[in-house]
Design a protein around this ligand. Sequence first.
Ligand SMILES: Cc1cc2nc3c(=O)[nH]c(=O)nc-3n(C[C@H](O)[C@H](O)[C@H](O)COP(=O)(O)OP(=O)(O)OC[C@H]3O[C@@H](n4cnc5c(N)ncnc54)[C@H](O)[C@@H]3O)c2cc1C
Length: 269
Amino acid sequence: MSEAAQASAAPAKPKPFFELNVVQVRHWNDNLFSFRLERPESFRFRSGEFVMIGLEVDGKPLVRAYSVVSPFWEEELEFYSIIAPDGKLTPRLKKIQEGDTVLMGKKPTGTLVLDALAPGRNLYMLSTGTGVAPFASLIRDPETYEKFEKVVLTHTCRTNAELAYGQDVVKRTLEDPLIGEEAQEKLIHFQSVTQEEGEHKGRITTLIENGELFRAIGVDEFHPEQDRIMICGSEYMLKDLKEMAESRGFIEGSNAAPGQFVIEKAFVG
Ligand SMILES: Cc1cc2nc3c(=O)[nH]c(=O)nc-3n(C[C@H](O)[C@H](O)[C@H](O)COP(=O)(O)OP(=O)(O)OC[C@H]3O[C@@H](n4cnc5c(N)ncnc54)[C@H](O)[C@@H]3O)c2cc1C
């Protein structure tokens, strides 16, 4: 066999990324958008995990970590994105339209999963900005409501307009035929803004420390015996909340050793 024939007979290398069709794009304001991709049949993930997403640029993949917004059972895959003005990927990704192709990694991973938490009574999901994405997945997972009596999602942004996507996901959750009834009973949505007047004003750390969060939702302050906490946001927010959780006796969990709180960066800053 000639070399050329041998080369053409060699099995094709499996591609590291799925090439997926964009089925919907929605812009929420000048710097936030969401998009939906077709879901490959073989792709499995746990609610709360992230995956690499991106575009082919100059013949090479340009990818970044993205939390899957969809719960594990959804037929399409939704993502929620910032537009970082000086970023490499997002000024390009913001231009995608229905019918375009987006790359998606084949290996989902992450620590914001129910498996990383020991059993408890109340689950708190504390998010800032696009950090709401993994929790948008978890609040639509039936297991979340099987495992916890109360599920509290907090979302803090600079402005009221930036809260819109979280509000939309919560509305979809409450109306969902599969999960809506349980969510109506157990899900509490608390929102705050830091740079405008709003129903609640301030950083989530401040609202925890001054007790406003607990008074607003009518529950006791955090206690490691009954509460479990998931945290997703900026590096500063993670650092402050980790210190706060540890000072109250919470132990960090992981996939290998479930604990009382788990954290994940919403971006590398
Ligand atoms: C585990 C994990 C999960 C992530 N999930 C998401 C997600 O669901 N949605 C999402 O939009 N991003 C998410 N990110 C961030 C994402 O990977 C990219 O950073 C983002 O898409 C910007 O890419 P870029 O190449 O345009 O800019 P980059 O060069 O990656 O970032 C430029 C700068 O923009 C700022 N920045 C980046 N991402 C954000 C953000 N999300 N919010 C605020 N500021 C940011 C940072 O200061 C950063 O230094 C996640 C990151 C990690 C580590």
